[in-house]
Design a protein around this ligand. Sequence first.
Ligand code: SF4
Ligand code: SF4
Ligand code: FES
Length: 250
Amino acid sequence: MEIKERRLIPIYIFGKRYEVPEGLTIQKAMEYSGYQFIRSCGCRGGVCGACLTEYRTPKDYRIKMVLACQSLVEPEMQITQSPFIPMRRAQYELEKLKAQPDILGRIYPEIYRCLQCNTCSRVCPMEIPVMEYIACAIRGEIEKVATLSFPCVMCGACVLKCPAEISQPNVALLARRIYGRHILPLSHRLSQRIEEIKQGKYEWVLGRLVQLSTSELMELYTRREQEPQESGHWIPKEINFPENLLREDQ
Ligand code: SF4
Ligand code: SF4
Ligand code: FES
């Protein structure tokens, strides 16, 4: 159905009333109403966390926090956005850190102020058990913090609402960094690929790619072997793509 044929519903953006077609995301409804995004918009696909939006509907006492690109407009909703959430970001040198149980608490001691109110988990648009991963951080369970927080999009909703003023996403980011750098074994394939790059194995193919026109690049791109939705242990059959095709064309 065309947008113009859809029923119009009233919404309020920063307190001002607009009529927008039902079925739009909040982000599209704001654009439809004349807003242009300079901040508060990035991927448009629920990945970057830039579009954190708060709203309230007349029949609900709660203020809800959602990603504007993922949530649909509702009649009479009152919408506001925070284009930037100040979070505490500690400075550290990852290489010098050790995966010790108290490391997260030493760098972010405010985690010990957690009141276990669970507000963070309730507001998280990604439905992450935020309070649980902060509890794991306090207990020094770095791997659990890393895995529980993995879907975090750094939107900052939990930070805004936390009465203990903890910057949860940065605590979790530190845990994922320590986990990746100091706990997980180094990937054999990654080290091999880095070594190949250092030895100049891909210089020829990169040199050829930058010479191609946009249409040639697009054609090459569409001919690639596509990774399935559930990739699991998927390995491409044609591991020399696109070098094989480029050499053939010469
Ligand atoms: S954990 Fe916090 S920053 Fe991450 S997605 Fe949830 S609410 Fe947003
Ligand atoms: S909102 Fe803050 S104080 Fe409440 S459970 Fe989450 S981290 Fe703890
Ligand atoms: S624009 Fe990236 S999550 Fe909404």
